[in-house]
Design a protein around this ligand. Structure first.
Ligand code: NAD
Length: 417
């Protein structure tokens, strides 16, 4: 294995003694650029918005992946995300392929719902038979479900649900799971992905032999993923000192009152600054990346950490809640400084894994069943990623890649009960 000198050795005094870093790290292999199975591009005749569907892999006639909407979304971004979805389904032994939808349009534009409707109508052959989609950046689950219902397709998991012997009963079962009430006034389907991210962070603290209360975290984005991750980390006693939304960063040295801040969010995951507690400091948006914390959780945009800002990162571990949060070049730079990146296809894959556990009838609408399974799975995977990193200098992405590149064979037709 090729290795490079780890500059962390030269700056050992800046690394908390209790946080192990490997003595050597491998050069990260160039990111894989396998050709996707299929790319589709659509232009909205009303607004000129452009939308994409990329199916990276189709397994058993199915592929899964959310639909995002953001101004500036590109085909190559959607390709990266579809590739990431294929890695997630393989890593979590789900019997389907990976796909992603993306629309280049501002989700706050009053015409956004119409754009999403027309995009789904254009993609109808795929969403009817092959593509199981869900929420993603700029597209909440309730909105995509409303659009599917309007199109006569029930709910965004339609392509799987229609395979059931009794699709109406399966739809009801899936809706019950998604809308099961959990503590904090949330719905299970909205928080499960963030719960998985929180446990990726908690498993990191376990690997350091640290109590949650001795560990600090900063989170970029407090929408579906970041908000839920912040909630469960706060609940577990970890100190969330810094969060950011699109409007800026918020900081409190002793730890932010996360439940109170989440109460102040609007439908776009932005916190109302006019009602902030007096002891919360407002900082520029980028301050979240350079926060002096143990763990950094990018949970907003893709490509948040680039070569331009990777040296600002002071955390010892980056936990990718956002998809494709770290560019390959930035990740190599972080690795060279002894900073591990827990890749999106493990850290945030609780969302898709749980959706499929629900579809396959392996979890139900009792939240503890889902929380227990995801917590156990995440702690096991993260422990393995981090021990390969600290013991052998193998990056978590490279270890995860071995799982992703070796999906369990599909031996029988996927049965949706
Ligand atoms: N929602 C899911 O189920 C899910 C599952 C897996 C991965 N993800 C990934 O998580 C990320 C976030 O998705 P989401 O569904 O939580 O989105 P969301 O729209 O619910 O929330 C996005 C949050 O990020 C903030 N934000 C936007 N731009 C920002 C910026 N430049 N700096 C700081 N904050 C910014 C917004 O204000 C908001 O708080 C995406 O990368 C998505 O692909 C989401």
């Amino acid at each position: 294995m090729t290795t490079i000198h780890n500059p962390a050795e030269d700056t050992a005094s800046t690394v908390p003694a209790t946080v192990p870093v490997p003595t050597t790290v491998p050069v990260i292999a160039a990111a894989r650029r396998a050709e996707p199975y299929m790319r589709l591009q659509w232009t909205d005749s009303d607004t000129g918005a452009v939308g994409y569907l990329v199916v990276h892999t189709l397994r058993g006639g199915l592929a899964t992946g959310g639909t995002r909407m953001r101004a500036g979304c590109t085909l190559s971004e959607v390709e990266d995300l579809a590739r990431g979805m294929a890695a997630k389904t393989a890593t979590f032994d789900l019997p389907i392929g990976g796909a992603k939808g993306g629309i280049d349009f501002d989700p706050k534009d009053p015409r956004a719902v119409g754009v999403l409707e027309r995009f789904c109508e254009a993609m109808r052959p795929w969403i009817d038979a092959h593509w199981v989609t869900a929420e993603d950046l700029g597209v909440p689950q309730h909105l995509i479900d409303e659009v599917f219902e309007k199109l006569g397709l029930g709910q965004s998991y339609h392509a799987a649900i229609r395979r059931a012997a009794d699709p109406a009963a399966t739809l009801e079962r899936v809706r019950d799971g998604l809308s099961a009430a959990v503590e904090g006034g949330f719905l299970l389907g909205d928080v499960i992905g963030g719960y998985g991210v929180a446990h990726a962070c908690l498993a990191t603290a376990v690997s350091w032999g640290r109590m949650p209360a001795e560990t600090t975290v900063a989170i970029q984005g407090v929408g579906t993923m970041g908000g839920a991750a912040a909630y469960y980390l706060h609940e577990a006693g970890m100190r969330v000192t810094t969060v950011a939304d699109a409007a800026g960063a918020l900081y409190r040295n002793g730890g932010l009152d996360i439940p109170a801040l989440l109460e102040l969010r609007d439908e776009y995951g932005e916190i109302d600054r006019s009602r902030l507690p007096a002891d919360v400091e407002q900082l520029p948006r980028a301050a979240v990346l350079s926060a002096d914390v143990d763990i950094l959780v990018p949970a907003a945009i893709s490509y948040a950490i680039t070569p331009d800002n990777s040296f600002d990162v002071r955390a010892r571990v980056v936990v990718e809640a956002a998809n494709a949060a770290t560019t390959p070049e930035a990740e190599a730079m972080l690795a060279a400084r002894g900073v591990a990146v827990l890749p999106d296809f493990v850290a945030n894959a609780g969302a898709v894994a749980w959706a499929w556990w629900l579809l396959l009838g392996e979890v139900d609408d009792i939240p503890d069943t889902s929380f227990d399974r995801l917590r156990t799975t995440m702690h096991t995977k993260v422990a393995r990623l981090l021990s390969a990193w600290t013991d052998h200098g193998i990056t978590p992405r490279d270890t995860g890649r071995r799982w992703a590149d070796d999906p369990a064979p599909i031996t029988a037709t996927v049965v949706i009960p």
